[in-house]
Design a protein around this ligand. Structure first.
Ligand code: ADP
Ligand code: MG
Length: 285
């Protein structure tokens, strides 16, 4: 059972409605086109590709925040489409997300304490209020912040600290799977590598499974086990990171790799810290 993938995606499609065409016919844009992949327990699959290639749309469907047009998603062997209401709620706890913009997961008017307690209360976790408070302080410690942060508001922190708070909030409900959608893309380079280190440590300590969406191939080298390359809604290449980067089959992948300063193994950390951005910056996050 532990060998089976935690997450399994087959033939996933998402069409978005465009403006009404001539004669009132609806026109559609296919943002995700027949996407299939597995994510192994405890591992990281990186989803890379240029802005608009469909990465975030895939992430939102996995999180049950967006309804697929077609295809099947199975989590721990259970199909999304045949879940009961109870299973659906349980999944909301199992799967968490960290977005590029911390304000997408942090309410500006909630203190850090409230942000960290909210999920535990919704999912009836942590026993008593005092126990939940202890857990909130402990979570802050895990992401490298002091308990003094509990009474403050998100805007009182730096970008890197805010992202640490968003990570602590995601962890607060003991998830097994986390979608990281460009979590470090808005941060300064030095802060980026600190947050990446944190994510790597948390993965090890909690046995977390990650889907890491990024347009930064340095990040992929640093953190991911496998990489899936998306182009115009489709996965055009998918494999272990090292093999794929050393021997890209697709011209698109080679072009993406060509925009990285260095992929020399001796310079991997430099690469991760220095970025290695695609030519088109990701506007959607
Ligand atoms: N809610 C939406 N309504 C209409 N089109 C959308 C919506 N979300 C995304 N799209 C379109 O779908 C495509 C894929 O977007 P997205 O998944 O955000 O790409 P990425 O995360 O790779 O930058 C883009 O063309 C985008 O404009
Ligand atoms: Mg995106």
């Amino acid at each position: 059972m532990s060998d089976s993938p935690l997450l399994s995606v087959r033939g996933l499609v998402k069409d978005f409605p465009l403006r009404k065409g001539l004669f009132g016919a609806r026109e559609w844009k296919r943002a995700v086109d027949d996407v299939s992949f597995d994510v192994t327990r405890g591992k990281t699959l990186a989803l890379v590709g240029e802005s608009g290639s469909g990465k975030s749309t895939v992430g939102l469907m996995l999180l049950d925040l967006l309804e697929p047009t077609a295809g099947e998603i199975r989590y721990a062997g259970h199909s999304f489409s045949s879940r009961s209401r109870k299973e659906r709620l349980a999944l909301r706890q199992e799967m968490q997300v960290v977005f590029q913009d911390p304000y997408a997961s942090l309410n500006a008017r909630m203190t850090v304490r409230e942000a960290l307690l909210e999920g535990m209360i919704v999912h009836r976790m942590g026993g008593s209020h005092a126990e939940r408070l202890d857990r909130a302080a402990q979570l802050l410690g895990e992401v490298g912040l002091s308990p003094g942060a509990l009474d403050r508001y998100p805007h009182e922190f730096s970008g890197g600290q805010r992202q640490r708070i968003a990570i602590a909030r995601a962890l607060s409900v003991n998830p097994h799977f986390i979608v990281l959608d460009e979590p470090t893309s808005a941060l300064d380079v030095s802060v980026q590598s600190q947050v990446l280190n944190l994510l790597r440590r948390l993965q090890r300590e909690h046995g977390l499974t990650y889907l890491f969406i990024t347009h930064n191939l340095g990040v992929v080298e640093y953190l991911a086990d496998e990489v899936a390359v998306m182009e115009a809604g489709r996965i055009v290449e998918h494999g272990p990171v090292v093999e794929t980067f050393e021997n890209p089959r697709e011209a698109y992948t080679r072009r993406l790799l060509g925009s990285i300063p260095t992929l020399d193994p001796e310079h991997r950390h430099v690469t991760a810290a220095a970025g290695g951005f695609f030519r088109t910056p990701d506007k959607h996050g």
